[in-house]
Design a protein around this ligand. Structure first.
Ligand SMILES: Nc1ncnc2c1ncn2[C@@H]1O[C@H](COP(=O)(O)OP(=O)(O)OP(=O)(O)O)[C@@H](O)[C@H]1O
Length: 284
């Protein structure tokens, strides 16, 4: 499963209290370059190079999947982009501005959300309460500090929560405690929590991992709906090639930390290097 999260010792080193810096690097109003760029991104864990000179450009509205064999470096890239890890070398720009000085929640406030695996759900809260917390947290960075100050904005938050739950098909289950949801619905709630931030870009790390075929089908439909209706830019890490070929505009193939191919699905499907590296020659 591509969920290798940053360990304590490897986590980014940014000081959470330094808010002046994020104001100083606020993105410009008008920006029409690539939404996300990585420039010579290298991540080493001791002697192991997990990410080796990765240069990605993701345009606004583009849907990109990151694929590659186990250990290729996919989760490491996601953790670097979401600021859970510091790169050893290179830069990451979102909306044209380097995000290396930012904390994870500041990156979310800039418009980048990640659908976390389980970690973002409060199990004993209801589905609706989870969506409200997500809407509040996205607006203010951390709901704990702002919940009471912004009580007057309750109806606005309520509106976002409802819209989100309708989008992910969980409105009817809104009063259920999140822990009572079936596995697939929990994963949809995670996607909803990420969407409640109204992101410009959504990162998804194996959104269908562990789902039944029916749940997978429903989740892929959801991703397609979100793609059509919100025109969202996304970066997806996924092992299921059927899903990757169905939802991607472009596929980036990683092997041992390096990009070995990128292009539209039909091109990647035919690429012999990809077939060799990724599936040991088995046809995609
Ligand atoms: N925190 C860490 N500390 C040490 N090594 C790590 C750490 N995170 C990842 N690695 C190593 O970096 C390499 C890339 O791992 P990563 O999890 O990014 O690959 P992946 O493509 O997501 O793999 P999978 O599909 O199996 O999840 C692997 O060799 C992994 O063991």
């Amino acid at each position: 499963m591509a969920s290798t999260d940053a360990t304590e010792s490897e986590e980014r080193t940014t000081d959470a209290s330094d808010t002046d810096r994020s104001e100083a690097t606020a993105p410009p109003e008008e920006y029409d370059g690539p939404l996300l760029q990585t420039d010579g991104l290298v991540k080493r864990f001791g002697g192991l190079t997990a990410t080796d000179d990765v240069n990605l450009d993701i345009e606004q509205g583009e849907r990109v999947s990151l694929i590659g064999p186990n250990g290729a470096g996919k989760s490491t890239i996601i953790n670097l982009i979401t600021r859970r890890l510091d790169p050893t070398e290179g830069d990451i720009r979102f909306k044209g501005q380097s995000i290396l000085g930012l904390n994870p929640h500041e990156v979310v406030q800039r418009g980048m959300s990640k659908s976390f695996q389980q970690a973002s759900i409060f199990p004993t809260l209801t589905v609706r309460q989870n969506a409200r917390v997500a809407a509040l947290a996205a607006e203010h960075g951390s709901f704990r500090f702002n919940f009471f100050r912004h009580r007057d904005r309750f109806s606005e938050v309520e509106g976002v929560a409802r819209e989100t739950l309708e989008a992910v098909g969980l409105w009817d289950q809104r009063e259920s405690p999140a822990e009572d949801l079936p596995y697939g619905d929990k994963r949809r709630l995670e996607i909803g929590i990420a969407l409640a931030a109204d992101p410009d870009m959504l990162l998804m790390d194996e959104p269908t991992a562990g789902m039944s075929p029916e749940e997978t089908h429903a989740t892929v439909d959801l991703i397609e709906e979100v793609k059509e209706e919100r025109g969202l830019t996304f970066l997806l890490v996924e092992h299921d090639m059927e899903i990757v070929f169905r939802v991607s505009d472009r596929i980036v193939v990683l092997n041992r930390g390096s990009v070995i191919a990128e292009g539209p699905p039909e091109e990647i499907r035919e690429n012999p290097d990809v077939q060799d590296a990724y599936l040991g020659g088995v046809e995609l």
